[in-house]
Each structure stands twice: as C-alpha cells, then as structure tokens.
Design a protein around this ligand. Structure first.
Ligand SMILES: Nc1ncnc2c1ncn2[C@@H]1O[C@H](COP(=O)(O)OP(=O)(O)OP(=O)(O)O)[C@@H](O)[C@H]1O
Length: 690
C-alpha cells in the first residue's frame, strides 16, 4: 500500500510518467549497466515505437491497397479525421502540446496514406520516413527532457497533468526529493499571474486528485518569494497506529530541555519548549491546548504534564474544575492544586502577585529571563544581588501555572488583566498553560487568544480552525477540523523553537491507559522527593495573597515544603504577637468578647452556625463581619463576595446589600482588594496588611 501510494504520488507529479530524474532505484532492474540504461531509456521509447509502427502500417497498407483510388479517398479522409480528433482531444491540454500532437498525427497519417497508395519506397517517400520520423520522435524526447527542470525555475513546459487538474496548469514543478513516506517538490507558479495563495487554495484539490486525505498535502511558501514554495506530500498516515505513554522522556532533566509529547507523521519527535533560550533567540511561551470534546485533550495534557513534572527545576500550580478526574495520580507532585471556583480565583491572584516579585528577584540577580542557572543556588558573582561577591541566594525554579477548562476563569479575569499577566509572566519565569473545552471565540476573546503564543491544536469543529491555528498554518494545509473527534491525539503544534515549516505537519500524542496510572503515581512520588520546591520569593508572594490556601506541595511525609512552610509560619507568628492582626486596624481596640451578642458561646465559637435571635447592633454587626472575614482567611478562602455571606446574612438578620457596603468599606480600609470580577474581593492576608 505504501509503496503503491508513493509510486502514484511521484507518477502524478510527473504527469503519469516514471520520473527518471527523481531516483534510480538501486538494483531495481538487476543492477546491471544494461538494465540501468534500459530503465533510463524506457520513458523515451514510445515515440520511436510509434515511428516503427507507422512504417509497418505504410508497408502493409501498400500491399493491400496499392494504386486503389477508393482506398486513396478513404485513407485521406481517415487521415484528416484522425488529425481533427487529435486536435479535439487536446482541448484540455496546453496549446503547445495540442499543436505538437496534431502536427505529429497529421504528418504520420499523411505519410501512411502516401506509402499505402504509392509504395513506402517510391520517390521521396522512404527518405521522408527516414528523416521525418526520427525528427518527430526526437521532438517528443526533447520535450520530455525539458519538462524536468532541476529547480523548478527554468523555462520548462508547463503541462503537468496533476497541476493542470487542480488549476495550476502552468506552474513548474522541480525535482522531487523522495524520502520514506514523504515527497517534497519545489513549485513555482507563473510570474505575475499567480501567487502562493493560489497554491494553498488548490491543496484540497491536489489531495483529491491524489486520492489522499487533505492533511497529507501541505505547502510551505518560500519566505523570499510570493510565487515559490515547497509542496509536501505524505501518502501514508503513519500516525494511525496508537502509541501508549510509557514514562517521561528525561527524568531529572531541566525544564529548559525539550518536552516530548508525541511524534510527527514522519516518526520524528513532537516536542515543545516552555522557557526561553537567550542563546537560541527563543522567548518563553504560554500554551493553549485547544480541542473539541473527545479530541484527546485530556491525554495531551497528561503528556505535557508528566514531562513537566519529571524535570528537576520547575514547580506546577494547577487548577482543574473537574476535580482532578484525569490528573489525580499526579496531584502529589504539584506544588499547588486548586479545584476551580474560589480556589482558582485565589490562584490567579497569587500568580499576579508572584510576577513582580519574581521579576525583581531575577533582575536583581542579573537574569534578563529565567534560565536553568536561576534555579540553582546563586554562587556566581555575576548573578548576585550583592555587589562584588556571590550572594548564595536560594535559586528560583521555573513556574508553570496551568488552568484546565479555563474559559470561565479567563472571562472572569477580563481581557486586559489576562493579557497583562501573560505579557509580564514571561519575564518572570512563568508559563501559563490554558486548556479549552471548545476552541472558539465565544469561549475566549481575540485578545486573550493572542496572548497565548503557542498552541497544541487537536481535532475541532471545522468552523473553529481559525481560532486554534494561525491563518498561515491553515493555508499551508493544516486542518484540525478534518479530524473532529475521530482522530484522538492528532494535533498541530505551533510554538517557538519548532521550525515553521513543521507547523502544518500533524503529530499525535501518546495515549494514557490504565497501565499508565502506576507509572504516573511513581512519577508524582519522584517529584515529591526530588522535584523543585517553591523558593522563598515565590512562596512569600503567594502566601501574602493566598494565606493558608497556599502551603506549597507537601513532602512525602505530609509536611508542607520548606519555603512555603516558613511563609505560613511567619504569618502564624505575626498572628501570635498579633495586636489584632485578624481584624481591621481601626477596630484593634475593640474587645471582641465584650461585643459579641452571645458571649457565653466563648471566643472560639465559629461565626458560622451561630444562632442569632435578634438583629445585631451596627457595631456588633461590623465586628461579626470582621470575624467572618478572618474565618474565611483561616479557611483559606481568599476571594469572597456577597454570595459567600448568604447563610451568614440569614443567621445574623443582615441583608446582602449591607454586606456589599461593608465589603467596599473593607476595601477602602485595605482589608480587601478588588479583583477583576465585579462583586468579588480578595482578602488581604493580615500578614500583608500589617
Ligand atoms: N494520543 C492518543 N492516541 C489514541 N487514543 C487517544 C489519544 N488521546 C486520547 N485518546 C483516546 O480518545 C478518547 C478521548 O480522549 P480524551 O478523553 O482525552 O478527550 P478529551 O478531548 O479530553 O475529551 P473531553 O473534553 O470530553 O474530556 C479516550 O478514549 C482516549 O483514550
């Protein structure tokens, strides 16, 4: 099947003839010189066979009809009819080919008529045969030789059958490179008449003419020309066979090394880089994982996540509103896991907070962007926050902030906020990874989409292709819409570091089956023991926003990791020395016990669950409200809005509008901070407020 396909492709590119200039198969004709010469000469023989046949027809016709007047009329009419039929049949071919064919047929049939009636050796008839025949045959040989211009640029004829069929009749196709399952041929369209756009529009028709899937035919325009490019045809779908994930590609390597998430259709590795590389002139990137339901987004995310967690210098914050349905085995390896809702809101606020802190730290240590050396202890005087000597600061691991099914989160965050975060995160050694259930503009705005430079585009609705992939990649032949959910794991990857001519090549991620679960669990355990832990700067900034909601990844024995632990402990210490850190500074003098309406409940009685028989006085109500905020903080719920106070309002006979006013007041006092969502406020942890 493969061999047949390959032969068809080269044949079609070559207008149905064997393309001797492409490749001479080693020993395909026995390896002898004779066989080789025969192989080379074969395509040029038909005109000579025609010549010999004409001579034979003349001789036989003369034996039958010599001197017959009736035969003379018949043969002359037959000759005219044959020439006319040739001209008519050549309608769909190029003008030169049509004329050449008609002249050849006219000359041949006239000679046969003359030879039949007068005899093949009479008068000049034999000379005409000996001179005119080879000239006609040679003219066809010359024509064929000229068709194979080596670089597609010379003035070869433009009668390619395939190209003609797809509306590019006068385009020139050069010598094709034939590799296993891949034919690459330079193509040039007519100067001044056609452009590369005409080729990209014809790709689907080329695929149809070759009887191949649309994604098997691609075109890479030459960056320096609007009419030249390279046509790539991959006849066999080598991705059809599923490959199961068996483990990470580079356990203990750096996050700066390529992350292997699958393979391309020519068998080469499908890789992606998250951090930038100043030496390679590559920027760090954020990634959109986009695919319709059933396209294999979940397994693709697992491919990427297992690669990330297997690296030594990265921490992962991960939000999954689907409660870690797919990712549970990896959860112990995450630095921070949030299950959507408020937890995700807090995580977003924490990402915002760590960006300036991390950027400052990197700048202070002489890093213009995150590189693996930034994750090591800072023993190099060239990367020191103290002039002239090594500072010995603890290194800062790369941070991946991952938002699964992120449409709602991003919408709530707002375009400007997200674009700002995305822009600044890249210089802070942070990559955002965002996955979308349905890749379309009603899920994510244009500007949010534009701030995610990389995409793993899985099968989707054909109408959503434009959302997933840049136009140039679609024009070059990429069609994730052709897969829908029928080809799970098939994807196009557009990302810095991947050569651009690869963008339209499909790849496939690996499949995760039940067999992968224990391996993922081992990987998470490895990450727990050997992976990076949050540095004090990141942990401190996160804790200042998220309070106890961020404790950092727990170690294997269940304790939080060192830096985050320290940050939380510091907060506890402040609380112990307190001076009323959990209440508004202006209320610090109030004795909470004295103010509580049900003092007999004691200090520790929670606000929630308190039964109130009467409406509290304004002062009591404010005190209750301050305590409620403190309880939210203690519980780690760092983003609140009136809706979170619904039960509390009922119990305390207070209205939601009263709570709304208090929330605004608390924001003025610095106890809360506005988020990008109207009516949602972030609790400023008391450590930061102090
Ligand atoms: N690379 C792959 N190779 C083969 N099969 C795969 C691959 N990736 C996913 N699959 C299979 O395709 C099916 C759908 O995959 P998956 O659940 O990951 O899709 P999804 O896009 O996450 O869908 P949903 O959005 O509905 O959760 C599953 O049966 C999965 O095992």
């Amino acid at each position: 099947m493969t061999r047949n396909n390959r032969r068809n492709v080269t044949d079609l590119l070559d207008d149905g003839r064997t393309m001797a200039t492409y490749a001479v198969p080693d020993g395909s004709s026995g390896g002898s010189v004779r066989a080789y010469l025969l192989h080379r000469a074969k395509p040029h023989l038909p005109p000579w066979i025609g010549w010999a046949g004409t001579g034979l027809a003349g001789a036989l016709g003369n034996w039958r009809w010599e001197g017959s007047a009736g035969a003379g009329v018949g043969l002359t009419l037959a000759s005219v009819a044959l020439t006319g039929a040739t001209w008519w049949a050549g309608k769909s071919t190029s003008p030169q080919r049509r004329l050449h064919s008609a002249v050849t047929v006219a000359a041949g049939s006239a000679w046969v008529t003359a030879a039949c009636l007068a005899g093949p050796t009479a008068g000049p008839i034999d000379d005409m045969f000996l001179m005119g025949g080879p000239v006609a045959a040679l003219s066809w040989n010359v024509r064929m030789v000229l068709r194979h211009t080596p670089d597609g640029a010379a003035s070869g004829s433009a009668d390619g059958g395939l190209l003609e069929k797809v509306g590019l009749a006068r385009a020139q196709i050069g010598a094709a490179k034939v590799e296993p399952n891949r034919v690459t041929a330079p193509l040039a369209v007519v100067a001044g008449e056609q452009t590369n756009d005409d080729v990209t529009k014809a790709l689907a028709r080329i695929a149809s003419a070759l009887d191949l899937p649309t994604s098997a035919v691609r075109y890479t325009p030459d960056a320096g020309s609007s009419r030249r490019g390279e046509l790539v045809i991959v006849p066999e779908d080598m991705l059809a066979e599923e490959v199961e994930w068996e483990g990470p590609s580079n356990l203990g390597g750096s996050i700066a090394e390529p992350l292997v998430i699958g393979r391309y259709d020519d068998g080469s590795l499908l890789v992606i880089w998250l951090p930038g590389d100043p030496d390679a002139g590559r920027n760090s990137t954020h990634v959109l994982v986009a695919g319709g339901t059933g396209s294999g987004k979940g397994d693709t995310a697992l491919n990427l996540q297992t690669e990330i967690l297997s690296r030594r210098d990265v921490i992962v914050w991960f939000s999954d509103p689907k409660a870690f349905q797919d990712f549970a085995p990896l959860r112990p390896g995450l630095d921070w896991a949030a299950e959507g809702g408020t937890d995700t809101e807090v995580m977003v606020e924490a990402v915002k907070a760590v960006i300036p802190a991390r950027t400052r730290w990197l700048g202070a240590h002489g890093y213009r962007q995150w590189v693996p050396a930034a994750a090591q202890q800072q023993n190099d005087p060239a990367h020191s926050c103290q002039s002239g000597r090594a500072c010995g600061c603890v290194g800062m691991p790369f941070l991946v902030a991952w938002f699964e099914e992120a449409a709602n989160t991003l919408r709530a965050l707002g375009d400007d906020a997200f674009t700002g975060i995305a822009q600044e995160a890249r210089s802070a050694g942070i990559s955002l990874i965002v996955s979308l259930q349905r890749p379309s503009y009603d899920q994510m705005s244009t500007s949010t989409r534009a701030s995610l430079p990389s995409v793993i585009a899985l099968g989707c609705d054909p109408r959503d292709e434009g959302f997933s992939l840049p136009e140039t990649v679609l024009d070059a032949g990429a069609h994730p819409g052709a897969w829908g959910n029928r080809r799970p794991g098939y994807c196009y990857v557009v990302s810095p570091g991947i050569p651009e001519d690869r963008y339209p090549s499909p790849g496939r991620t690996r499949r995760f089956t039940a067999r992968a679960v224990p391996v993922m669990e081992q990987l998470a355990a490895w990450a727990q023991r050997n992976g990076a832990t949050a540095d004090p700067i990141t942990a401190g900034a996160a804790t200042s926003v998220a309070g106890r909601a961020y404790t950092g990844r727990t170690t294997a024995d269940g304790a939080p990791q060192p830096a985050a632990l320290r940050a939380v402990q510091e907060e506890d210490d402040m609380e112990a020395y307190g001076g009323g850190l959990l209440v508004d500074p202006e209320d610090a003098g109030i004795d909470p016990d004295a103010e509580l309406p049900d003092a007999e409940d004691g200090d520790d009685a929670p606000i929630f669950g308190r039964e109130q028989g009467r409406k509290p006085s304004p002062d009591e109500a404010r005190e209750l409200f301050a305590r409620a905020l403190a309880e939210f903080e203690t519980a780690g719920q760092m983003v609140v809005g009136p809706v979170d106070f619904t039960d509390w309002c009922d119990r305390n006979h207070l209205s939601r509008s009263w709570v709304s006013l208090r929330l605004k007041e608390a924001a003025t006092d610095g106890r809360l901070e506005a988020t990008n969502t109207t009516g949602r406020w972030r609790i400023v942890p008391t450590l930061a407020a102090a």
